[in-house]
Design a protein around this ligand. Structure first.
Ligand code: NAD
Length: 461
């Protein structure tokens, strides 16, 4: 659906509601079939997906496969586990409820809205959709208008492979998003920036619609001296500069033990050349910034501190070299906002407590990275900081493990998904207590005279 047809949004939601009411989506067989169709749609359109991502931001094919098309793994995981997730779960009952049984039933919510960002424009629409389908919901998808080729491809694919009363795409920008948000949904799943997240939550509140907000923030990366330097360097270079740093869980800034800072910076410099050659602008393995507006914003961040690697940019080409900035002050703009680009500020510490204090002085991040072989230090950082997720001795990869719920905390988000967490996010867990007729003890019924002492004994007061 394109922007000119936005007037049809109410009708579209109505049709999805009608379809949901038929009860078809409650059938596990139906959900499995739709998950298989979704996978088939992706497999059959692999080349088109990679081309759209290439058109939107020069995303290297390898990265498109590794981070977007690989969302099929999430589908496989859901297909494998759906029966066990959807099975009513037995719950314990207290001894005084001996004639009862308890179960928790997962039931679909209804019609859900999924709004996506531009940075992984395919994956971040499809991955939540997997949870929504697995849980038995109808879905309206609103991809980001800032990645127009991918948005348009998603619309074509869904129109070809899915009935619009089950899944449909509404294309467009803020206007489309706001028109959708004015409607009542049974859940809104939003991935994007914190500022827009607040707008989404406010709109949802008007209808008492529950939300999942997958937001961003500044994800710190601590580098202790007790490491394998070579491995650390490669893993940081990869996690930071994949997709030209436009990754919600990219290491935003480094907190480095002063003792190893010179070696680390030298190593990062070498690995950037190893990955992207002497001039990354000529590398087909290095993406571009999504828009001139974002490129301008990033170029401004280069003004402060000492650029020790990179720093070159070309606005017309939306190119910014992989850049490392030393001598950064906490009041510099680069430390005040989520960078979301290929710029890596380095801050040194002499005692880990300084690094922990800095992290805790900022809003809770989406991801936290620690490179250290020291188990006590790992434990201390886990215990003394809070973040959506943590990856020890690596970057970004925790997001690719379907059994780990993925989401933020505090300013970095509300709720989570992937694997069973995605299924749960799009399900209502209905508690059901069942009694039978073989016994009916009268102690709870009026008249209460003479029964209080027994009640007190029963509840243990
Ligand atoms: P964004 O918040 O600008 O846009 C996200 C979506 O919201 C788009 O579909 C857009 O059309 C819509 N939108 C924009 N303005 C709106 C408004 N005023 N009212 C209603 N809808 C509106 O985010 P973005 O720039 O596309 O993505 C970058 C942000 O997303 C970063 O902060 C990043 O960290 C975050 N992000 C988070 C995750 C995660 O999984 N937690 C993943 C990717 C990106």
């Amino acid at each position: 659906m394109i922007t000119t047809e936005l007037s049809k949004i109410t009708e579209l939601i109505h049709k999805q509601r009608e379809f949901f009411q038929t009860g078809k989506t409650k059938d596990i067989g139906f959900r499995l079939e739709k998950l298989r169709t979704l996978k088939q749609a992706i497999v059959e359109n692999e080349t088109a997906i990679a081309q759209a991502l290439q058109a939107d931001f020069h995303k290297p094919d390898f990265e498109s496969y590794a981070t977007e098309i690989s969302v099929t793994k999430e589908i496989d995981y859901a297909i494998k586990h759906l029966h066990s997730w959807a099975k009513p779960q037995k719950a314990e009952v207290p001894i005084e409820f001996f004639s009862y049984s308890a179960k928790i039933y997962a039931e679909p919510l209804g019609v859900v809205l999924i709004i996506g960002p531009w940075n992984y424009p395919f994956n971040l629409i499809i991955a939540p959709l997997v949870g929504a389908i697995a849980a038995g919901n109808c879905s309206i998808l609103k991809p980001s208008e800032i990645a127009p080729a991918t948005s348009s491809l998603l619309a074509q694919m869904m129109a070809k492979y899915c009935e619009p009363e089950f899944i449909t795409v509404v294309e467009g920008g803020v206007e489309a998003s706001q028109k959708l948000l004015a409607e009542k949904f049974d859940h809104i799943f939003f991935t994007g920036g914190t500022a827009v997240g607040k707008i989404v939550m406010e709109a949802a509140a008007k209808h008492l619609t529950p939300v999942t907000l997958e937001l961003g923030g500044k994800s710190p990366c601590i580098v202790d001296a007790d490491i394998n330097l070579e491995h650390t360097i490669r893993r940081i270079t990869w996690g930071k500069f994949i997709n030209a740093g436009q990754t919600c869980v990219a290491p935003d800034y480094l907190l480095v033990d002063k003792k190893i800072k010179p070696d680390l910076i030298n190593g990062l410099k070498k690995s950037i050349t190893e990955f992207y050659g002497d001039n990354p602008q000529n590398s087909s393995d290095y993406a571009r910034i999504i828009s001139q507006k974002h490129c301008e914003r990033l170029i401004k961040l280069l003004d402060k501190g000492e650029i020790v690697v990179g720093g070159e940019s070309q606005l017309e080409e939306r190119y910014i070299a992989p850049t490392i900035i030393d001598q950064v002050s906490l009041t510099d703009p680069v430390m005040q906002e989520e960078i979301f680009g290929p710029i890596l500020p380095v801050i040194e510490y002499t005692d880990i407590k300084e690094a922990i204090a800095l992290i805790n002085s900022k809003p809770k991040p989406l991801a936290l990275y620690l490179f250290s072989q020291n188990k006590n230090l790992q434990q201390r950082v886990l215990q003394e900081t809070s973040s959506g997720g943590v990856c020890l001795n690596d970057t970004v990869l925790h997001v690719g493990v379907s059994s780990l719920p993925f989401g933020g905390v505090g300013d970095s988000g509300i709720g989570n998904y992937h694997g069973k967490a995605g299924f749960d996010t799009f399900s209502h867990h209905k508690s059901v207590l069942r009694n039978s007729f073989w016994l009916d003890l009268k102690w709870r019924y009026a008249p209460y005279q003479g029964k209080l002492a027994f009640l007190k004994r029963l509840i243990g007061s």
